[in-house]
Structures are given as structure tokens and as C-alpha cells.
Design a protein. Structure first.
Length: 249
């Protein structure tokens, strides 16, 4: 495993990529309302990318057809936007997006409630997002990769939630997926030593029920086997001597 170390100048370029991605997410947010289609979100994201001269990291990746992944309710990841998928009050939707700016990638996911969510849905979103923040705090020079993984698993399993094992976070930089893989499970104090200049996409994918998932016949959309809700939050994070630097905030 060759974990690439970024220079200060490269991290600065990644910060610009992350800022563009933040603006894309901001442009999509107003469309997360009952009655909107997931294609409405896609169109808003694509328009903002054009305005910012940012290139989609997702569209065309292994043949993926769109700039967003829009995963609704029991869809875990890789839901494909469609004009036929209409959001209704009480849905939750994960919006995952990546861009390339100046040759560097950034990756971020946010799960939103549409209208008024159930208490159970709100708790899933709150805990998953909190587990991401806890994991980010573990991205410290001298720590271990397993410290990040353990933070997510400990918090989410304590609430009775299922931690998805089939999909993990990843290193990121001039490529979308670099070493190391960043699981959301595993023992604290294990794995590679964290060093300044590493950049990681940390992304808890958490199910309200069982951790089991399956891929639908479209070859992309991944759903919970038991039909339970799933939430997904992600940030691109640089490890620095001053502590974790969230590039997509």
C-alpha cells in the first residue's frame, strides 16, 4: 500500500477543489423538497459545476451516467438520478458528489431529510453525521487509521445501527480513489500510522437495521437487504500537524 503524501501546495489546491464542491452542494440543497425529482437535483449540480469550471468526478467513472449519486430511503449509495423519482415528505436522500478542479479531486456526501422526517429517520441522520465528526477528530498525526474506523463503528453500533462493510472511504488526491481504504469498522490502534499530508475521504454509510446490502439490477444502486433506511455523510479531510483540515466544509 503506497499512501501518497501531499505537499502544502497540493493541499491548497485540494482546498480549492473542496470549496467548489461545497458550492455545488449548496446549489443543490434548495431542490431537496417534496415534489422535486432527483433529476432536478442532478441538473442543479451540473449547472453549478459548469459555472465553476469544475469537472464531475463521477460521470463516466466506470460508466456511471450522472454527476450525482442520489440515494433515497433504503438506498445506501450509488442511486442514479431520474426524472421519475419524485421526493415526498418524510423521505431521506443522500447526495454524494465529487469534482475535479486543477487536477485534484474532492468528494462529499450529505443526507438530508425531505420535509418532516420521522423521529427514527432524524436519529439515524444525527448519529451518522456525529460519527463522521468523531472520525474526523481521530485524523491526527501519529494516530492509526483504525482509530478513524473504530470511532464510527463504536458510535453507530451503540445506537443499534448497522455499519456497512462492503463500501469504505478512501485516500483521495490526483485520483478519485487512492490508498488507503478507510473502513467504518475495525479495531482502534491498528492500521497504517497517520502522517501529515495524507488526505482521506471519510464516509460513514449506516443502516437503521441490518448492515447487509445488495446491488440492484442496474449495477449501481445499492440498497439495504431488510428495507431499512440508510444514511451517508462524507468529507474530504487533510491530516496536518495542526490537526484535521476539512477541505469540503
Amino acid at each position: 500500500m503506497a499512501i501518497l503524501i501531499k505537499t502544502t501546495a497540493e493541499i491548497d489546491k485540494m482546498r480549492r477543489s473542496g470549496e467548489a464542491l461545497r458550492q455545488v452542494h449548496e446549489a443543490v440543497r434548495p431542490f431537496v423538497v417534496p415534489g422535486a425529482s432527483t433529476m432536478d437535483l442532478e441538473n442543479a449540480a451540473a449547472a453549478k459545476m459548469g459555472e465553476l469550471h469544475a469537472v464531475s468526478a463521477f460521470k463516466g467513472y466506470h460508466g456511471y451516467p450522472t454527476v450525482l449519486c442520489t440515494s433515497v430511503n433504503n438506498e445506501v449509495v450509488h442511486g442514479i438520478p431520474s426524472p421519475r423519482r419524485i421526493l415526498v415528505d418524510g423521505d431521506i436522500i443522500s447526495i454524494d458528489c465529487g469534482v475535479v478542479v486543477g487536477g485534484f479531486y474532492s468528494d462529499r456526501a450529505v443526507t438530508y431529510a425531505v420535509g418532516q422526517p420521522s423521529e427514527a429517520a432524524r436519529k439515524l441522520l444525527d448519529v451518522t453525521e456525529a460519527s463522521l465528526e468523531m472520525a474526523i477528530q481521530q485524523a491526527q498525526v501519529g494516530g492509526r487509521l483504525g482509530d478513524i474506523s473504530f470511532a464510527v463503528q463504536e458510535m453507530c453500533e451503540a445506537e443499534g445501527f448497522g455499519v456497512v462493510k462492503e463500501f469504505v472511504g478512501h485516500g483521495i488526491g490526483k485520483s478519485m480513489h487512492e490508498d488507503p481504504q478507510v473502513p467504518n469498522f475495525g479495531p482502534r490502534g491498528k492500521g497504517p500510522r497517520l502522517k501529515a499530508g495524507m488526505v482521506l475521504a471519510i464516509e460513514p454509510m449506516i443502516n437503521a437495521g441490518s448492515a447487509e446490502v445488495k446491488v440492484l439490477p442496474d449495477g449501481w444502486t445499492t440498497v439495504t437487504v431488510d428495507g431499512s433506511l440508510s444514511a451517508h455523510f462524507e468529507h474530504t479531510v487533510a491530516i496536518t500537524r495542526e490537526g484535521p483540515l476539512v477541505l469540503t466544509r
